[in-house]
Design a binder for this molecule. Structure first.
Ligand SMILES: [Zn+2]
Length: 254
């Protein structure tokens, strides 16, 4: 699961039609969140913590539950990718055969480093992609593209939401807000209080609500982090508005 991903253009010879073709591969960055093999998103989200990848990696295969991938990758780069049998493949622009990864791997990784050095990587507008089954080839450690952005420098805890996964597991979602930056961040914890994942959001709570529902979580109750704080009350009112806009019923928030 990540918002840090980059489509990398690649030129290789197509073994299907023999022509040189342009296609693309996907590279994910250090803030990508990964979980072990055997992780079941519906059951384990509130019981197994996610870890940062802490490096760049070429996506060898994306499959399983691939929320948003068709919309954000295949629809936008339809000359380069296709989903076959539930997994993402790079294709030849001429014959539309899928290209073998052996021939793509070096070209994609070199292309990524070259583009990164020239700061020419395409922005992906912070779109979250999620796959329940992914194979990655990590770049050798030390590959850096840009300086790390500061994460969560000055956030204050606003709300603590009780949450439930589709499998009925319970946990909490903390909503943090940075007044200086105007941004939100979410920290998701399992029922024992162990942190499962955290993510920074834009200033718009609708994206926080969408992120929660993309994870398959439902907010069941809201608590103010500090009951006397007018900031917390304001955050609650805004968050409830965002939940209602996303289709939540009123009775679920009180
Ligand atoms: Zn071809």
């Amino acid at each position: 699961m990540t918002k840090e991903w980059f489509p990398v253009p690649v030129a290789v010879d197509c073994p299907g039609c023999g022509a040189q073709t342009r296609s693309a591969a996907i590279v994910v960055g250090p803030t990508a969140l990964v979980n072990d093999a055997g992780f079941k998103p519906d059951d384990d989200l509130l019981s197994k913590p996610w870890k940062h990848l802490n490096g760049y990696a070429l996506v060898e295969n994306l499959g399983g539950r691939t929320q948003n991938i068709e919309r954000f990758i295949v629809d936008r780069f339809h000359a380069s990718f296709v989903v076959v049998d539930g997994s993402l493949r790079s294709i030849c622009q001429h014959c539309h055969d899928s290209l073998p990864l052996d021939s793509m791997r070096a070209a994609a990784m070199n292309g990524f480093v070259r583009l990164g050095a020239r700061r020419c990587l395409l922005a992906n507008e912070g779109l979250l992609i999620f796959s329940s089954h992914v194979e990655l080839t990590e770049f050798r450690s030390g590959t850096t593209i840009e300086e790390d952005r500061l994460r969560y420098p000055d956030y204050a805890l606003m709300l603590i939401c009780d949450a439930e996964s589709r499998a009925g597991e319970t946990g909490t979602i903390e909503l943090w807000h940075s007044i200086a930056r105007g941004d939100y961040a979410l920290i998701i914890k399992g029922h024992t209080g162990q942190e499962m994942l955290r993510d920074g959001m834009s200033d718009d709570l609708a994206s926080a609500v969408a992120f929660i529902s993309d994870l398959g979580l439902v907010v069941t109750e809201l608590h103010l982090a500090r009951s006397a704080s007018p900031f917390c009350s304001l955050a609650r009112d805004l968050f409830i508005d965002a939940l209602i806009d996303a289709g939540y019923g009123r009775e679920t928030q009180e």
